[in-house]
Design a protein around this ligand. Structure first.
Ligand SMILES: [Cu+2]
Length: 665
């Protein structure tokens, strides 16, 4: 048999190639000079648009004079103590018009035209507060819930005084309209201490939204009244639709005060409960039964607690069929402790604390959850992590010294920005090989940076304010948007979905067809969905990647199952991705709204069009098990859960070619 030897040799050679993502460093490019507002908060909207919000461009009190505290000339000083007029007329703020006669801190940015539109409440009654420092999450219908914010009393504008307390506001942004829908509970008698500044917002499997933690007042770490160690649930349906339940207390938040803001919180795929980490304390939260089950504390390892202002970043590893959708939470970076800062006020400022490269990961729903340590390729505080469609996680921005926080132009922390993208590939077996550095961004992003994945597979990165002066930047308000093009942008002929024929909405477990514009279905190694991102302060709680089960394929179509349930894939807008054996994702993901009520009939599939996986599938030397058999009854390939990503597809295509030659001979 003439084919035996070359086929085996080919399989062996290709099997050694464990490169399953495109090689290279990727590329950055500044794509817009003005995002409208500083992108402190960034959410992806349908139609390739972003919702952005920021802090007012106020002049810090330290700057109300012609000289800086360090004796340098104050280039922002214009003698005007009307703060909002100052900002509106500041050369550093132009051509931002968001203070021009109206109070708003929010813009919609259109990535198709690279223009922004300021977002305004339908009418400013004085009851709509400041959304800076909010928590945000995408709702089931694609609206963005923006909860909490900041308090600013007696801001002057054109001789009028405004109070703009947004700490108790619950708002929904949808189809260009921003509406206040509810007011959160507060703790009388002191109105000063109420609401949530730096909360986490989580879209729940049942379409309600949970709002958790935050402080009642701008960072007052020594005042226990600042703590708000509770969550409250916004009901999306039922008799209390549009209302908030009474707050429920959480020990994990109470005990970790004052370093407990923006708790790292994910819907767990197994139970639908929440994983939450605040400071170094973690728990599983059953918000239905109102029970809290403690998990091991994060090791201290001479690192500050991982919440604001000492946060690193966090992400969920892709949820794969191979790992049976077991969640693995990563918490990476932050700040090492310094003896200097470890006095009684250690939590207020550690401008000289070095960043750490230390990560920890945990599977909260495993039998014996524990934290395991691992080092990143570079130390960072306050970076942002993004799930890419090829299964890699890309980490952007951050600082190598100091931490989050500060007033405009007055850094209390971060300096020496880390501008190279850092890649994490969970499929690499050796921890040391999982992390590597790539290209450097043009724009530093320290405190208040943000990023989301776009539907073309690029990442848009924005924001950063306050700390830019630490690196001698003239303007503390960074308005530039920069795109990152991952290494797969170098691959030619990326596959393409037939976007006119992809579904726009799906229910859980629904079978549907993934159509391509060419006959490349057998080259596809993974089909997955990634949820639209909402990013702020190193957090991107909505974002997660879920691999989908493929039942059949023809030359140009695949027959795929939507995520099994809303615990694995909480409802909302998701991107549909398919990635070929080179690691090249489709040029444009389809957007699919996923929710229980969308469930329609399964798509029909004609078995006569099936292209069976080639003989070589699953038998390359690095594959631990032989290929899954086909089920004679249904024609479906029995899912082989031992194969996370079919890195052997290239070999199988080659083998199929040889088999075809053999047939011709
Ligand atoms: Cu902030």
């Amino acid at each position: 048999m003439i084919l035996g030897t070359p086929a085996l040799a080919a399989a062996a050679v290709l099997g050694m190639a464990t490169q399953i993502t495109a090689p290279g460093d990727g590329e950055f490019k500044v794509v817009a000079p003005n995002s409208g507002v500083v992108a402190v908060h960034m959410s992806l909207l349908p139609g390739n648009k972003l919702l952005l919000s920021e802090r007012f461009h106020e002049i810090p009190t330290e700057w109300l004079g012609p000289q800086l505290p360090n004796g340098q000339p104050n280039i922002m000083f214009n003698g005007n103590v009307d703060l909002m007029n100052f900002a509106a007329n500041s050369p550093f703020y132009q051509p931002n018009q968001n203070l021009n006669g109206f109070l708003t801190d929010t813009a919609e940015f259109d990535l198709n035209t690279m223009n922004h539109t300021m977002v305004r409440y339908p009418a400013f009654t004085g009851d709509e507060g400041y959304a800076f420092c909010n928590g945000a999450a995408q709702m089931a219908d694609g609206g963005i819930m923006v909860a909490g914010g900041d308090q600013k009393y007696l801001l002057m504008y054109n001789g009028q005084s405004y109070t703009t307390d947004g700490r108790r506001d619950v708002r929904i942004y949808k189809n260009g309209a921003y509406t206040k829908v509810a007011t959160m509970a507060w703790e009388p008698p002191n109105k000063q201490f109420s609401g949530r500044w730096y909360p986490t917002v989580v879209g729940l499997p049942n379409e309600d939204v949970l709002i958790m933690g935050g402080h009642t007042i701008y960072y007052e770490p020594t005042d226990p009244r600042a703590n708000n160690p509770t969550y409250e649930i916004y009901r999306s349906s039922g008799p209390n639709a549009g209302k908030l339940d009474a707050p429920v207390a959480l020990d994990v938040l109470r005990e970790s005060f004052p370093i407990n803001m923006y708790p790292i919180t994910y819907v767990l795929p197994g139970s639908g409960n929440l994983f939450s980490l605040a400071g170094n304390r973690s728990a599983i939260i059953d918000y239905v039964g109102k029970r809290e089950t403690r998990l091991p504390n994060l090791p201290e390892d001479n690192i500050y607690p991982r919440s604001f202002p000492f946060a690193g970043t966090n992400f969920l590893e892709p949820l794969t069929l191979a790992n049976k959708y077991q969640a693995k939470v990563w918490v990476c970076g932050g700040n090492t402790r310094s003896a200097k800062a470890d006095g009684p006020q250690w939590f207020s400022n550690c401008a000289n604390c070095l960043a750490t490269a230390q990560c920890y990961y945990m599977e909260p729903e495993s039998e014996a959850p524990k934290w395991t340590g691992e080092q990143m390729a570079e130390a960072r505080s306050q970076p942002v992590a993004i799930n890419l469609p090829d299964g890699v996680v890309a980490v952007f921005g951050g600082s190598s010294i100091g931490h989050q926080g500060g007033n405009a132009g007055i850094p209390i922390g971060g300096a020496n920005p880390t501008q190279r993208v850092m890649f994490f590939d969970h499929r690499e077996k050796e921890p040391a090989r999982r992390w590597r550095l790539g290209a450097a961004a043009a724009v530093p992003r320290q405190y208040h940076g943000s990023a989301v994945l776009l539907t073309d597979g690029s990442v848009i990165i924005g924001g950063s304010d306050e700390q830019n002066f630490a690196n001698q930047r003239a303007n503390p308000y960074e308005l530039r948007l920069e795109a990152f093009y991952p290494p797969y942008f170098k691959l030619e002929n990326r596959p393409a979905l037939d976007l006119k024929a992809t579904p726009t909405q799906l229910g859980y477990g629904q079978k549907f067809i993934v159509p391509f514009t060419s006959d490349i279905a057998r080259n596809i190694s993974t089909v997955s969905m990634i949820k639209y991102g909402t990013s702020t302060h190193t957090m991107n709680i909505d974002q997660r990647m879920v691999e989908l089960e493929v039942l059949h394929l023809s030359t140009n179509q695949m027959y795929v199952v939507a995520p099994p349930n809303a615990n694995i894939a909480p409802p909302g807008n998701w991107m549909l991705w398919a990635v070929d054996e080179r690691g090249a994702p489709v040029v444009q993901a389809a957007t699919i709204n996923l929710r229980v009520s969308n469930k329609g009939p399964d798509a029909a599939w004609d078995d006569r069009n099936d292209v069976k996986p080639d003989a070589g599938v699953g038998v390359t030397p690095d594959s631990p098990t032989p290929p899954a058999p086909w089920d004679a009854g249904t024609g479906a390939q029995v899912q082989n859960s031992a194969l996370p990503y079919q890195r052997h597809a290239l070999a199988s295509t080659f083998l199929a070619g040889l088999a075809l030659l053999a047939a011709l001979w």
